[in-house]
Design a protein around this ligand. Structure first.
Ligand SMILES: [Ca+2]
Length: 215
């Protein structure tokens, strides 16, 4: 196959701005001359630098973070892709071992623990970006997580015990209304603890946790 751009198109050598190694998308009139197939561009407008570069997808996480870096109750993951030439065809993602889905709206992650989100985009020329991943830790509002938070917080032993008594009462509460009342009492207890009994990060963590559960 020969590409033939001759001076009948009005193009001169000096007009031709491409260099050795450039990859071009070319359209033109096809013909066959002495057994050789030819493509004849009609003008320089028929030559375009090809899109050979994959898009780039950026992930942005938002939510309320606890001091261990996990997101309380939920994390929102937004994906934004940019491309150098042809533009974004689509962005796809999957959570853990799930199936791939087209990305259209922000992804809401609520499952307790660390989720691995894989994502990539493709441009209109078919260039796929290598798969990127983001590990997202979420702390769900559960009694197990609340006890664990209390256990790892730097609190005086007596305060830990008092807090756990409050939480135990909430855990044993019959019905949702009663549980909420007990959780509210726990929150009030935390809020009124003097600073010398509870460090700022621990207090903040417990307040974030209980508020998320109560909202
Ligand atoms: Ca591209």
């Amino acid at each position: 196959m020969t590409v033939r751009l001759d001076n009948r198109t009005g193009t001169t050598f000096d007009d031709f701005s491409y260099h050795n190694g450039d990859v071009l998308d070319i359209v033109g009139i096809s013909s066959e001359f002495k057994g050789t197939r030819q493509v004849k561009p009609r003008s320089l407008d028929d030559l375009k630098e090809a899109d050979v570069v994959a898009p780039e997808t950026a992930a942005e996480l938002s939510g309320t973070k606890l001091s261990d870096g996990s997101f309380m109750e939920q994390a929102i993951l937004r994906l934004g892709a940019t491309d150098d030439r042809s533009g974004i065809e689509k962005t796809i993602y999957r959570v853990n071992a799930g199936s791939w889905s087209d990305y259209s709206t922000p992804i809401r992650l609520t499952a307790d623990g660390v989720a691995t989100v894989a994502y990539r985009s493709v441009d209109k020329a078919g260039n796929w970006e290598p798969i990127k991943t983001a590990a997202v830790a979420v702390t769900a509002p559960t009694f197990a997580n609340l006890y664990a938070l209390i256990d790892r917080s730097p609190l005086r032993p007596a305060i830990k015990i008092a807090l756990k008594v409050h939480v135990k009462a909430a855990e044993r509460a019959k019905g949702d209304a009663m549980r909420r009342r007990q959780l509210q009492k726990t929150l009030d207890f935390v809020a009124h603890l003097p600073d010398r009994f509870i460090g700022e990060p621990a207090k903040q963590d417990l307040e974030i946790f209980l508020n998320a559960w109560l909202h």
